[in-house]
Design a protein around this ligand. Structure first.
Ligand code: BEZ
Length: 242
């Protein structure tokens, strides 16, 4: 009979569990080495596996888009540094979609003893006892987990959705708004519902017409993509010059 192991998974809003790890780019002390930056910490099942290879190439192709959003990538799997290095060397000789000879520059953690995978709840025992599922943790500049996504072993991730979620989080922080279903930068955003009678009356009368009031509890506001880009990029370039 299969033995179930229960790991305490971190939740959205928790402090990202700390670790020190050997990676393909040297030793990483997490999250302190990334203070002031957003981080996408992601796990993949194993080196030299086909879906993971397509994911690595896709993620690397977007690395500058993430850097422009003050965001760094870190990968993890239950494997050795030697295995990770051999795999990224092999990736250099591949062509996938429009990408050829891709050099993986983000660090990949050696988590052979599964300590970090266990800390982050990346091992789902009915899926596999020794292969990490496709987990994505979006961690903010204060080391707080803001999003957790899990995909099974056989389903490659949608990296545009990961980027969209990151921009949505940064937009929420920068403008104090929420983002509706299927939101893309440039679409209307959601403003908070009123919480007092005064605010409620003001919202219903909507005298200044700055909002698109669908109902007292659902109001939309215009927020252009250029306003978002300007604010998010200003924030990230301020960080880079420090
Ligand atoms: C893959 O990356 O292709 C893969 C890895 C583990 C199980 C199934 C697929």
């Amino acid at each position: 009979m299969q033995e179930d192991t229960i790991f305490q998974m971190p939740l959205i809003g928790d402090k990202a569990p700390e670790f020190v790890a050997n990676t393909t780019n040297g030793v990483v002390k997490f999250p302190s080495d990334y203070a002031g930056k957003w981080v996408i910490l992601f796990s993949h099942p194993a080196d030299f596996t086909p879906v993971c290879t397509t994911e690595f190439i896709t993620f690397q192709s977007m690395i500058n888009e993430f850097k422009d959003l003050n965001t760094e990538l870190i990968g993890l799997s239950v494997g050795t540094l030697t295995g990770h290095l051999a795999w990224i060397e092999a990736i250099k000789n591949l062509t996938y979609r429009d990408w050829t000879n891709v050099e993986i520059t983000f660090p990949i953690i050696d988590d052979m003893n599964m300590e970090i995978a266990k800390k982050y709840g990346m091992l789902h025992s009915h899926e596999s006892n020794n292969k990490t599922v496709r987990a994505v943790f979006i961690i903010d500049p204060n080391g707080i987990i803001r999003t957790i996504l899990y995909y099974p072993l056989t389903t490659g991730r949608n990296f545009e959705e990961i980027k969209r979620t990151l921009i949505a989080l940064q937009t929420t922080d920068a403008f104090g708004v929420s983002t509706p279903a299927d939101w893309q930068p440039g679409d209307d955003v959601v403003v908070a519902a009123p919480s007092t009678v005064n605010e409620l009356n003001k919202r219903i009368s909507n005298k200044d017409k700055t909002l698109d009031v669908k109902a007292w509890f659902l109001s939309l506001q215009k927020l252009s993509e250029s306003e978002i880009t300007e604010k998010l990029h200003k924030k990230s370039s301020n960080k880079k010059t420090k």
